[in-house]
Each structure stands twice: as C-alpha cells, then as structure tokens.
Write a protein that binds this ligand. Sequence first.
Ligand code: SAM
Length: 264
Amino acid sequence: MDRGAPEWDPTAYLRFADERARPFADLLGRVGALDPALVVDLGCGDGSVTATLLRRWPRARVTGVDSSPSMLAAAAAHAVPGRLEFTRADVRDWRPDEPVDVLITNATLHWVPGHPELLAGWAAAVPAGGWLAMQVPGNGRAPSHALLAQLCRSPRWAARLADAAPDPDAVLAPGGYLDVLTGAGLTADVWETTYLHVLTGDDPVLRWVGGTALRPVLAGLDDQAVASFTAEYAAALREAYPQRDDGTTVLPFRRVFVVGHRAG
Ligand SMILES: C[S@@+](CC[C@H](N)C(=O)[O-])C[C@H]1O[C@@H](n2cnc3c(N)ncnc32)[C@H](O)[C@@H]1O
C-alpha cells in the first residue's frame, strides 16, 4: 500500500475471516521451525491470525507489524505482554535488528510496489536455521480485478479513477519468487493454489472485494459516485460470478505461496 493510502476497515476485511485464515494456515504448514525464539509477522492486519502463532510456538516471542492504525487498534485485543506485541511501521522501512527465526508476511506484499527487492533483503537476513514465509493473492487477472480495472478506465470513470485501477502485475509469477529466495542462498518451497470459495448471500463477490481491492478505488469518490460506481461494478460481477441454483456463488481465488529456509 502506498504511504497515505486509504485506511483499512477491519470489520469489512473480517467478513470472510475463515476463507482469509486458511491460506495463512496452509503457508505455515510448510514452515518446519520447531522452537523459534523470535517470530515476526509483517502486515499482521487485525492480529487474529498472528495470535494463532502463540499456540504453534508456545515459547516464542511474536511481533506483528502493520502500518494501519485501525488494524492495529483491532490487533491490540490479541496482545499478550512479553509474548505477542504489535508495532506500527511501514514494511518498506522495517529491517530486522536481531535475528528473526521465522519471518512471515501474509496477504500483504501485493500492496507494496517493488516488494521483490524488499523480499530479497529479508531473505538475505534469514539466519542459519531460519525461515521466511510469504503468501500473496495471484488474482490480478481474475474477473473480479480485471472488471474493476476495466471500469476504472472506462470513459465514464477514467478521469477520476484510471490511476486507481488495480495493477494486474502487482505480484510475480511463482518462479520469480523462487529465484529471489535461491538468490539469497535459501532452499525454496514455492507453490500456487486456487481456492474455490463458496459464498452465500447477495453480491458476495462485491462484499469480498469491498474489504480489499475496491477500497482504494472508492476512497477517491464522493457518496453519490461511490453508489453509482458500486452499482455498475456489482452488475458486472453478478454476470461474471453467477449465483447458483442453491443460492451460493463460487469465487475461484488463486494464491502464491513462498517458503524459504536456511540450513542450520
Ligand atoms: C489483506 S491484510 C492481511 C492481514 C493479515 N496478514 C492476514 O493475513 O489477515 C493486508 C495488511 O497489510 C497492511 N499493509 C499494507 N501495506 C503495508 C505497508 N507498506 N506496511 C505495513 N503494513 C502494510 C495493511 O495495513 C493490512 O493490515
């Protein structure tokens, strides 16, 4: 996310808490650390998935880092003094000031232009025996995002929204991340998954995107324009993701997973 970007809304983000927590669990499933002393979660959001790390590593000190005051306000409820702490920083300015045994960044770096260079720096700093784990959505070309970009650039909206259109190339192909990790001397475990999220209710894809990619687009509009842009986008989404006979709507969602390890 750019500095000065619109504020996150933890309530909107958590509407699909279960679906959003699953990739974090799948990512951590490939991290083999047994008894890390220090674990850092960059872009920790509301801290709910960060807090699960206390059960996984009962002796670790865990730090969550995020730039959003509203996300950090929600995260404060999960803090455990001396065990789980949250701190405000932009990940672009964050550098490890002591060895980090497990460095995690989940569903965050797609908001950070130029993140492969950051990742390369963090990978180089992984100590012997340490782990680096990253997950990013790889759905920049999915209809949800392509339609949003198309609408932003349409004649009606381009003057106000062309610059806000989501970038289809915000993340690398999986092989690009593998190169970053191996370039830093880590062994790399990289894969991709497409989850088929089964959503319920009316306009569920709009509600999903409303917690993430749609936010920065609507931030630049007044209330009337928000209503009219949202109506146009909702209609396009209904066509791309039709409601099924049983009332559910399937949202295919591709994600890219990257785990690096330095032999101890
Ligand atoms: C989609 S949420 C993911 C939250 C959490 N990792 C999870 O898996 O639920 C993305 C988070 O990244 C944070 N973020 C985005 N850009 C950031 C930056 N440059 N520095 C720090 N945090 C950032 C946002 O504030 C937000 O809380």
